[in-house]
Design a binder for this molecule. Structure first.
Ligand code: DAT
Ligand code: MG
Length: 149
């Protein structure tokens, strides 16, 4: 089973759509294996977005990520990495399709509510960056036989 790192950014927390976002992942059939609300340090935010450190939006992005609490999660399921990106929608909420999280709840790229790992390598790196092994739970929901043949 694949795992991916998902974060509800400070705007999603402040707009009180944590439950709505978790509901979408649960309803789809993915399994929550890690969850915490946290005040992110500047160091962690910079590490997480290190790939963007030369971009003009980087300082604003880091300040935004540490501006208020964030919800860090790990979700599990077959194909969850790519599927989560589809549930999340395009980076710019204005062009994200309706039905996606960004398409339904956002209007600007700097406040796009949610992060999801973009590939197996980044998912593994991000899970390791944000969670200790003992913070992740391996379990099988009772619905599993009704989701997979
Ligand atoms: P994604 O979050 O869809 O993977 P990304 O990795 O290209 O997008 O960028 C990371 C985050 O940086 C993105 O969620 C929001 C912010 N960002 C990207 N492009 C931006 C821009 N042109 N202006 C402001 N913020 C931007
Ligand atoms: Mg990205």
């Amino acid at each position: 089973m694949e795992r991916t790192f998902i974060a509800i950014k400070p705007d999603g927390v402040q707009r009180q759509i944590i439950g709505e976002i978790i509901r979408r992942f649960e309803s789809k059939g993915f399994t929550l294996v890690g969850l915490k609300i946290m005040q992110v340090s500047r160091e962690l935010a910079e590490q997480h977005y290190a790939v963007h450190k030369e971009r003009p939006f980087f300082p604003g992005l880091v300040n935004f990520i540490i501006s208020a609490p964030l919800v860090a999660m790990v979700w599990e399921g077959e194909g969850v990495i790519a599927s989560a990106r589809k549930l999340i929608g395009a980076t710019n909420p204005l062009t994200a399709e309706p039905g996606t999280i960004r398409g339904d709840f956002g209007v600007s790229v700097g406040r796009n509510l949610i992060h999801g790992s973009d590939a197996p390598e980044t998912a593994a790196e991000e899970i390791k960056l944000w969670f200790k092994d003992e913070e992740l739970v391996s379990w099988q929901p009772a619905s599993t036989p009704w989701l997979y043949e």
